[in-house]
Design a protein around this ligand. Structure first.
Ligand SMILES: C[S@@+](CC[C@H](N)C(=O)[O-])C[C@H]1O[C@@H](n2cnc3c(N)ncnc32)[C@H](O)[C@@H]1O
Length: 328
């Protein structure tokens, strides 16, 4: 049996704030569609699962968070990380996307469409599994890198200055990918099954050559007039939005209570996944906003100790609060 290349060289895994259900639901809302009422979330080709683990950690009431991937090593890594972070409402399976069963309100397919042969199969899978009021995210690129031909001919990344300092997983799976098809937005929309519609890109304004398509069921019809979207923060989480018709009005997408605090309380409490990761000795700690925060051993030990039992206030605690690592 041929080994999956993602089992040979791991692909780096990280939270992807633009795929968060609150953000995708917010984009649907701004376009006039009521966001999904339930939260059954599927991450197709989830790799080592950091994105879905982060999503599950921020949505403890989500009914289902399922990540599937063909690469057994990536799935084992995801499962181990979820245990380490104490995130229990997430499940990972070694599985081909074609064999997933069920109904999902949010479907995420990041880093697949341009990079797999069976693009139609991916869209059919989303079409088959998306709930009537569901929202899907599919990323793809419009243009291949100009240096790809040279790289594929010589198979020597050191000849390409753009690749210096890049993670070997990104060099191998992205830069040197066998399949890396440029797809225009028009071609993508044309390929959609009849019942799926492209709403907009998840990034506003969209990147010129990289798309993050937000899809809904075309048959459902909008519930309201689209709000005239003016501006969405790029990487920030939660996403904030300003409306062109009322630029002074800034909307948050929150539907769930926001547990995180920006000012430390007298008896600080660390966000549980971050506390557990720090206790396990990690130096890169996932925060509530889906960013990785670098901590030295002393700060990591302090964060690990913050269970609300003792009164403590110092510069490190203020930093934790600013860095999205403390709850109220
Ligand atoms: C470029 S990685 C993207 C990982 C992650 N979604 C991200 O954006 O960081 C693509 C992943 O899709 C998985 N994959 C490719 N084809 C698949 C299929 N047919 N079914 C399930 N997973 C698949 C690969 O094993 C790999 O882990």
């Amino acid at each position: 049996m041929q080994q999956n290349p993602y089992d040979q060289i791991p692909y780096p895994s990280a939270p992807l704030p633009r795929t968060h259900p609150w953000k995708l639901g917010g984009i649907a809302l701004l376009n006039g569609y009521t966001p999904p009422a339930r939260a059954r979330i599927l991450d197709i080709g989830c790799g080592a699962g950091r994105n879905l683990i982060w999503i599950a950690a921020t949505m403890p009431d989500a009914e289902l968070c399922l990540g599937v991937d063909l690469a057994a090593t990536a799935i084992a890594d995801a499962q181990a990380f979820a245990v380490k972070a104490g995130v229990t409402n997430v499940r990972f399976e070694v599985r081909d996307l074609a064999t997933v069963e069920g109904e999902f309100d949010i479907i995420i397919a990041s880093g697949l469409y341009s990079w797999i042969a069976d693009k139609r199969g991916l869209l059919q899978c989303i079409h088959r599994l998306l709930s009537p009021d569901g929202v899907a995210y599919v990323s793809f690129h419009e243009e291949d890198r100009p240096w790809r031909a040279e790289l594929l001919e010589h198979r020597d990344p050191s000849r390409i200055p753009d690749l210096a300092d890049l993670d070997p997983g990104l060099v191998y799976h992205d830069a040197m990918a066998e399949i890396s098809d440029p797809v225009s937005l028009e071609e993508f929309v044309e390929a959609l099954p009849a019942d799926l519609a492209y709403v907009c890109d998840a990034r506003m304004p969209p990147e010129e050559t990289f798309h993050e398509a937000v899809l809904i069921r075309s048959g459902r019809g909008a519930d309201a007039d689209p709000r005239d979207l003016y501006w969405v923060t790029q990487e920030s989480f939660p996403a904030t939005v300003q409306l062109a018709e009322a630029p002074e009005e800034v909307l948050d997408f929150w539907s769930a209570p926001r547990a995180i605090v920006r000012t430390a309380g007298e008896r600080p409490i660390a966000w549980e996944p971050a506390r557990r990761l720090a206790a396990a000795g990690d130096s890169e700690i996932m925060n509530y906003y889906g960013a990785m925060v670098e901590l030295d051993a002393e700060d990591a030990a302090l964060l690990a100790s913050l269970d609300g039992a003792r009164a403590i206030r110092n510069e490190a605690i203020e930093f934790f609060a600013q860095a999205g690592l403390l709850v109220g």
